[in-house]
Design a protein around this ligand. Structure first.
Ligand code: AP5
Ligand code: MG
Length: 213
């Protein structure tokens, strides 16, 4: 099963991708996580990506596309994958369509996690993430069992550098300009499913179960 997660920053793409990864045992590929890992490891790619991410701008297509296409060619993607945060522009979507066609494959579901901006601004302020394993929490909605500590690996939770009000506002602006058009792109391909992202995490899990099982 080949899945794309669409949705604004903070809509829940990472949260629901992690759920589906566990359930279907297919890899969760988040371009944002790949860039953050590169920043942590001081790679050249990380240094380039950071200049854009810190401002809430998109990393240029040429730095993203080949990275994802190479990742999808790995053996663990043979039974499917969940792409989180890619594609984000029409050229990225076209490149993905072409790469999958070349491999005689395609997208089965483009899940659009629908969440209004005012919801998102609220959510991002409460988000905490694990720098160790990448698990995502929310101070109110999805608190860890022990305050400030990751349930999965025990690391101390942090706030993401791009989760500050100015950067969030720019990420939302960039989303509406460059990524929202992909909703129509995947509707045209007849693989789009809209999922209400405002209804609470467990309720969304139930909706996803019904949709994909
Ligand atoms: P990326 O890491 O992809 O960030 P994003 O798209 O801004 O999305 P987020 O990760 O912030 O949110 P999410 O939708 O995963 O929400 P989450 O599940 O955490 O990208 C970061 C940057 O990298 C970009 O700005 C760009 O610079 C660059 N980049 C990445 N990919 C790129 C690409 N393809 N091209 C160019 N540049 C690229 O949920 C948010 C919070 O809400 C959490 O606290 C969660 O616990 C809570 N929550 C979620 N859903 C619910 C719910 N239903 N009920 C209650 N709480 C919920
Ligand atoms: Mg995410």
């Amino acid at each position: 099963m080949n899945i794309i997660m669409l949705g604004a920053p903070g809509a829940g793409k990472g949260t629901f991708s992690a759920y589906l990864e566990e359930k279907y045992q297919i890899p969760h590929i988040s371009t944002g996580d790949i860039f953050r890992e590169n920043i942590k490891n001081n790679t050249e790619l990380g240094a380039k990506a950071k200049t854009y991410m810190d401002k809430g701008e998109l990393v240029p297509d040429e730095l993203v596309v080949s990275l994802v296409v190479d990742r999808l060619a790995k053996d663990d993607c043979a039974k499917g994958f969940i792409l989180d945060g890619f594609p984000r522009t029409l050229p990225q979507a076209d490149a993905l369509t072409k790469a999958l066609e070349d491999a005689e494959s395609g997208i089965d579901y483009a899940l659009n996690i629908d969440c209004p901006d005012e919801f998102i601004i609220n959510r991002m302020a409460g988000r905490r993430v694990c720098p160790g394993c990448g698990a995502s929490y929310h101070l109110v909605n999805v608190p860890p069992k022990k305050e400030g500590v990751c349930d999965v690996c025990g690391a101390e939770l942090i706030q993401r550098e791009d989760d500050n009000p100015e950067t969030i506002a720019n990420r939302l602006r960039v989303y509406h300009e460059q990524t929202q058009p992909l909703i129509d792109y995947y509707a045209d391909q007849k693989v789009l499913e809209n999922v209400d992202g405002t209804i609470g995490r467990d309720n969304v899990f139930a909706v996803l179960d019904k949709l994909l099982d």
